[in-house]
Design a protein around this ligand. Structure first.
Ligand SMILES: NC(=O)c1ccc[n+]([C@@H]2O[C@H](COP(=O)([O-])OP(=O)(O)OC[C@H]3O[C@@H](n4cnc5c(N)ncnc54)[C@H](O)[C@@H]3O)[C@@H](O)[C@H]2O)c1
Length: 339
């Protein structure tokens, strides 16, 4: 039995609490929103975000951050990426040396281009910061549908600690040393999911979706490798796996926002309609800035940015992608390259 503090009581924090409590751990969930904690205390369930997922008696709820952190074997930071820095700042005074913080948000900070673990490490240098990511919708984890994810950490010891804490018959956890690759896959897939949603909104078919997924992972991999991540990671659960689920799933808020834009809404109208933070919108700008910084071509991400921020129609964006300069599929397979 471990003691775990979960910071953030959104869909993902609650679903992970359910999974961890099934493993017999003692959980404390914190939220900045008092009404949210009051609802959880009364119903043991998040009625609006994850109805039907009841939390057991080994889960406590609080608005007191200090109480959530002090003495816990592991902390799970589950607030949306836009609130990561402010939340980490508030956590810092209570975090002990080498206390484990598992980052589960997916995003890149727009202003600094830092990943989530980089932000947390900068705000809480004492902590042992790692990541848990993969194709894992809260709605499915909450109801115990088989799911696989990856725990990424600088040390094998930490990755295996996280693997042991989370793993069970419906939640399989792999380990990896490639924290950067995991984080880039998890955040950049949200931008491609916006494009996949736009294609759905335009009434395009499975061929278009398959093209966006495969060409999407190809540009994510180019950037990730240029930044020092490992290409293998992007072929795995946190790269291709998460991209497939986000581009296909009815649960994906990024795909949904993209679909509304494909149907003609502006970015502002679409994100308002989805009602939750659409992280791909923030990551799109960051991805474009990273592409420029590392001199990498990212045509889908460029077009998504134009639709989001320059008023370009999704239809014109797809046409421009189709009529780009003719290219070979894989530069490494050029006829002139000797194998
Ligand atoms: N939902 C999923 O299926 C899922 C799966 C994997 C990863 N994630 C990632 O987990 C993160 C959280 O996602 P979610 O679905 O739980 O989001 P959510 O929109 O359900 O979470 C919102 C929660 O964040 C907290 N919050 C709101 N404002 C805050 C503030 N100003 N400061 C601190 N906390 C605040 C509150 O507890 C609120 O309920 C995201 O980065 C997401 O990409 C989500």
């Amino acid at each position: 039995m471990r003691t775990v503090g979960i910071i953030g009581a959104g869909s993902w924090g609650i679903a992970l609490a359910k999974n961890l409590s099934n493993n017999g751990h003692k959980i404390t969930i914190w939220s900045i929103i008092e009404d949210e904690i009051a609802m959880l205390k009364e119903h043991r369930e998040c009625l609006d975000k994850l109805p039907g997922v009841k939390l057991s008696e080994n889960v406590d709820f609080t608005c007191n951050l200090e109480e959530t952190i002090i003495g816990k074997d592991m902390l799970v930071l589950a607030v949306p990426s836009v609130f990561t820095r402010s939340t980490a700042k508030s956590m810092a005074p209570y975090v002990a040396k080498d206390q484990k913080i598992v980052c589960v948000a997916k995003g890149i900070e727009e202003e600094t281009l830092m990943t989530i673990t980089e932000v947390v490490e900068a705000e809480i240098p004492a902590a042992d910061v790692c990541v848990l990511s993969g194709p894992s919708h809260a709605e499915e984890v909450g109801t115990g549908l088989p799911t696989t994810v990856v725990a990424g950490a600088k040390t094998q010891r930490t990755a295996e600690f996280v693997q042991d804490a989370f793993m069970n018959e419906s939640f399989r956890v792999y380990t990896s040393p490639d924290v950067l690759g995991i984080e880039l896959g998890g955040s950049l897939k949200n931008v491609i999911a916006l494009a996949a949603g736009m294609a759905d909104g335009l009434g395009y078919g499975d061929n278009t979706k398959a093209a966006l997924i495969t060409r999407g992972i190809s540009e994510i991999t180019r950037l990730a490798v240029a930044m020092g991540a490992k290409a293998e990671t992007l072929t795995g659960l946190t790269g291709m796996g998460d991209l497939i689920v986000t581009c296909q799933s009815k649960h994906s808020r990024n795909r949904k926002a993209g679909m509304l834009m494909g149907q003609g809404m502006s970015m502002e109208e679409a994100t308002k309609e989805v009602k939750m933070v659409v992280e791909g919108v923030y990551s799109a700008k960051a991805a474009l800035a990273l592409a420029k910084k590392y001199n990498v071509t990212m045509p889908i991400i460029e077009q998504v940015n134009m639709v989001l921020f320059d008023g370009k129609s999704a239809k014109d964006a797809v046409t421009d992608l189709m009529l780009r300069d003719k290219r070979i599929e894989h530069a490494a397979l050029d006829w002139n390259v000797q194998n």
